[in-house]
Design a protein around this ligand. Structure first.
Ligand code: KG4
Ligand code: ZN
Length: 342
């Protein structure tokens, strides 16, 4: 069979992105346009501004992705788009654009669950085999799942309140260290003393694999309010102590998840992390340690493929294309779309 190429379009949050990947997992092109400048002065993503910005950039990025790869629409085998979950205005822009391309060029249309995009990304860069244990931690979600196959997810636990990414962003906002919160907080944490503040580790010691971050966020708020003045070093120490509490919770929750995973799949070997927070180096280091201790192989996508991008949608689209899993044009953009209902 000739080279198969899938285009992936992402517009579900604050990144407009388009990428082309082939069936060997080679990235032929990838363009990401982050809307940070649009949202910075509001300290977070404004859905209506995001939707308009996607509309302005989507066509331009698609052309750029084709040009960079030296390909035309006629060279594509399928068009994939993040069909949700996400901010509905942005998802609609991507879905309508992808449908138009598929219709005009007579291509299969694939609506990829954005979370499935994150979930499968590690298979592009590493030889990860189904079933694998996945920590999916992004701005909108924090869950631990067993990925049994394309479209087959067993959720073991999820956050009962905020996601980890949300907690990073909110703490960064409280400290006024800039948007986007996660990467800025991580930079500060590297310069701080993680032992200075003893923040609580929600859910530690509890049964199951659920997460919670809202109590930790409140503890940070109280700590900030207690300081008369906040020096740059105070901020760095709060960042380091907060990050450590997040990582300790992940460690505790994964203990239970790994036990369940091994009971269900004694021969399975892979522990994978995905989503924006997976870009965090301290978290990656801890996960590697956890994997070593449990005789698992740890895989994480390259850092630039952890936060939202077009490659993850194109690759999940390719995994679906290989199995002939296509969608029809009556697919509706979805603000909510749990992975375990695929
Ligand atoms: O996956 P993603 O790009 O968007 C969603 O699907 O939500 O994740 C974005 C989230 C944001 O909350 C951001 O602050 C967080 O990922 N993030 C990080 C880091 N880089 C991005 N959190 C901690 N450390 C990082 N280095
Ligand atoms: Zn995402």
């Amino acid at each position: 069979m000739s080279e198969q190429i899938v285009m992936g379009i992402e517009s579900s949050c604050d990144e407009t992105a388009c990428a082309l990947v082939n069936d060997k997992g080679e990235i032929l092109s990838s363009v990401v346009w982050s809307q940070y400048d649009e949202h910075r002065r509001f300290g977070g993503v404004v859905p209506e501004i995001a939707a308009r910005a996607h509309l302005e950039k989507c066509d331009i990025l698609i052309k750029e992705a084709l040009d960079k790869a030296g390909k035309k629409f006629e060279d594509l085998s399928a068009v994939a788009v993040a069909g949700g979950p996400g901010l509905i205005g942005g998802v609609l822009v991507g879905v309508m654009t992808a449908k138009a391309i598929a219709f005009c060029h007579n291509l299969p249309f694939i609506a990829v669950n954005h979370l499935e995009g994150h979930a499968l990304t590690a298979r592009l860069s590493h030889p990860v085999q189904f079933p694998y244990l996945l920590l999916l931690t992004s701005g909108g979600h924090c869950q631990v799942l067993i990925v049994e196959g394309v479209g087959k997810y067993k959720k073991l636990g999820a956050t009962i309140d905020d996601s980890a990414g949300e907690a990073f962003d909110k703490v960064a906002k409280m400290l006024d260290i800039g948007y986007p919160g996660g990467p800025n907080l991580e930079k500060r944490a590297k310069l701080g003393d993680a032992k200075r503040f003893q923040f609580p580790v929600p859910m530690r010691g509890r049964a199951g694999c659920d997460f919670s971050f809202s109590g930790l966020k409140t503890a940070v708020r109280v700590c900030i309010e207690r300081q008369d003045t906040l020096t740059e070093q105070d901020k760095n120490d709060i960042c380091a102590s907060f990050q450590l509490a997040v990582i300790k919770q992940v460690e505790d929750r994964l203990k239970h998840a790994i036990q369940t995973f091994k009971e269900l799949y004694p021969d399975a070997k892979d522990l994978v992390v995905a989503g924006g927070v997976a870009a965090n180096t301290a978290l990656r280091t801890k996960l590697q340690e956890i994997a070593n201790k449990n005789k698992l192989i740890f895989s994480a996508p390259p850092i630039h493929l952890c936060t939202d991008n077009g490659v993850m949608i194109a690759w999940a689209g390719m995994e679906r294309h290989k199995q002939g899993l296509y969608d029809t044009f009556d697919f509706k953009a979805r603000p909510r779309w749990p992975l375990d209902t695929l």
